[in-house]
Design a protein around this ligand. Structure first.
Ligand SMILES: [Zn+2]
Length: 516
């Protein structure tokens, strides 16, 4: 993948100018960055009073392609064209014609996942990528099953919103699509059907935390009870294979003694069996289509010890699993929406070893989950992984959306903040956060002009961060949404404010990885 943007191609610029002129007379505002030309048609995103639409102007002999899209047909100088709706059918057809909009596997170099809970953030993400320079491959479509459920947003909508945003921005440099934190085979089936190409399997529920505190007798019983058949293994053969075995990790030896093996196997054995089963299901449903697998154990209580990382990687390998990235649980605290909490030297020592293991047993990437706002560790992570890294952020684009709303619609933002404070204690349950409502500024004491500054307050940030599902799905008695529609229409009315917030925020995330 290499940089080819619309702006690099003079013939496209000329085409964009002509298209804008031709359709401008009909009152359509052609967005220049979106203009594309193929043998079959010229394509553009146009802004209309009713919202963005897809303009398809086919070559004379290709007018038949208009039937692939939903929208209104019209004629200009005797040639048909279409003003298309941005729906799922049109998105699928557009991906067929403009192949670069179709997500695919990521290259073995730095990549970044941008969660987008509202589906309007891709143009801002593209601006940040361009401003950061380098060749970071983006994952615009990325949402966990938990977030899709909470925000009542199906997998197809996540893919399609990224398609429209990439099209609008003229992004042609490749992209992945990450179905994040999948826990069941049904999750995988649904996300594969929607067009996801990266599948993050979270076996966290199968990690046994007793391993860290268990007494020897307890550990022994848990070892005997491991799902040996699902591991295609038995206790004697695992012992023979691993006890005393030294893995050479760039000159450092990682050795399993009996105790370390039993502990690692008890803690991660069921997780390995689960990932293997999910991987086999994934291979079935993808039927030969290429994909990236990510294995994430980041949401466990105790950090992943190096010997445990080696256990997971070498066992998955033995079972025939192929993966592109792995998210260990690093030392320190990775809370939502705030910087790394912990000792930087300890983090550096930790990621250095994990990166060496990932190079020696792969190579595969390390994935940094809850990766937003961790400004103090980016340089360390980029250096030790030598660019074999995936930075994953999820809710921080939603916070930037709220910042844009605080600037452009203070009353709406205030209502959301008041509501979020009411919801926080319940909604925080499945997230790593430590904010309290009491410590978050009292909305009654904040003037409208100061509302955007709440996005700098760590307590307010976490309160807003984890309540997105409640905010987006809150409904009146008649079923209409309390906030979601106003939130979207505010952002759509001020795209330049939202895009600017996103660019400024994400450039700081991307720059440390841009040169890798
Ligand atoms: Zn995660």
């Amino acid at each position: 993948m290499h940089a080819t943007t619309t702006r690099d191609r003079p013939q496209d610029e000329e085409r964009a100018r002509r298209l804008a002129q031709a359709f401008g007379r009909s009152g359509l505002l052609v967005l220049p960055s979106s203009v594309a030309a193929t043998a079959a048609a010229e394509w553009a995103m146009v802004r209309t009073p009713a919202g963005n639409r897809l303009l398809v102007a086919p070559a004379p002999e290709c007018a038949g392609i208009l039937a692939e899209f939903d929208g209104e047909r019209a004629e200009r100088d005797g040639s048909p064209f279409l003003i298309g709706l941005l729906n799922a059918r049109s998105a699928a057809a557009l991906r067929r014609h403009l192949r670069w909009l179709t997500p695919g596997p990521l290259p073995a170099s730095a990549s970044a996942g941008f969660g987008d809970r509202l589906g309007l953030a891709t143009p801002g993400h593209v601006r940040a990528l361009r401003a950061a320079g380098g060749s970071i491959t983006p994952v615009f479509a990325q949402q966990s099953i938990r977030e899709m459920t909470r925000a009542a947003r199906p997998p197809q909508a996540v893919i399609d919103d990224a398609t429209w945003g990439s099209f609008e921005s003229g992004w042609r440099d490749g992209q992945g699509a990450d179905a994040d934190h999948l826990k069941t085979a049904d999750d995988i089936t649904a996300c594969a059907a929607a067009g996801f190409t990266m599948f993050t399997i979270d076996p966290g529920e199968h990690v046994d935390p007793r391993a860290d505190a268990g007494r020897p007798a307890e550990l022994r019983a848990a070892w005997d009870a491991l799902p040996w058949d699902r591991l295609d293994d038995n206790a004697a053969s695992m012992r023979a294979r691993l006890v005393g075995r030294a893995f050479d990790v760039e000159g450092q030896r990682v050795v399993f003694d009996e105790g370390a093996l039993v502990k690692a196997a008890v803690k991660y054995g069921r997780a390995v069996a689960h990932v293997t089963a999910m991987y086999r299901h994934l291979c079935d449903v993808m039927g030969g289509r290429p994909f990236d697998l990510e294995v994430s154990v980041d949401e466990t209580d105790a950090p992943t010890a190096p010997v445990e990382h080696v256990f997971v990687a070498s066992e998955l390998r033995r079972l025939g699993v192929r993966w592109a990235s792995l998210a260990p649980r690093f030392v320190g605290r990775f809370e939502k929406g705030v910087d790394y909490i912990g000792d930087l030297a300890a983090f550096e020592a930790d990621i250095r070893v994990h990166a060496a293991i990932a190079r020696s047993l792969g190579p595969y990437k390390l994935s940094l989950h809850s990766g937003s706002d961790k400004f103090s560790i980016y340089e360390i992570a980029a250096r030790h992984t030598r660019g074999l890294i995936h930075l994953k952020t999820a809710g921080t684009s939603y916070l930037e959306a709220l910042r844009a709303v605080a600037r452009s619609a203070p009353r709406l933002f205030r209502a959301i903040y008041v509501f979020a404070r009411e919801r926080y204690d319940e909604d925080r349950a499945s997230y790593h956060v430590s904010a309290t409502v009491a410590a978050a500024p009292d909305p009654a004491r904040i003037a409208d002009a100061e509302l955007p500054s709440l996005l700098e307050d760590v307590h307010a940030r976490q309160v807003l961060h984890v309540t997105f599902g409640s905010v987006l799905t809150a409904s009146h008695a008649d079923g209409t949404r309390v906030f979601a529609n106003d939130l979207r229409s505010t952002l759509q009315a001020h795209p330049e404010i939202y895009d600017e917030c996103l660019e400024r925020h994400f450039v700081r995330h991307l720059r440390p990885f841009a040169g890798r």
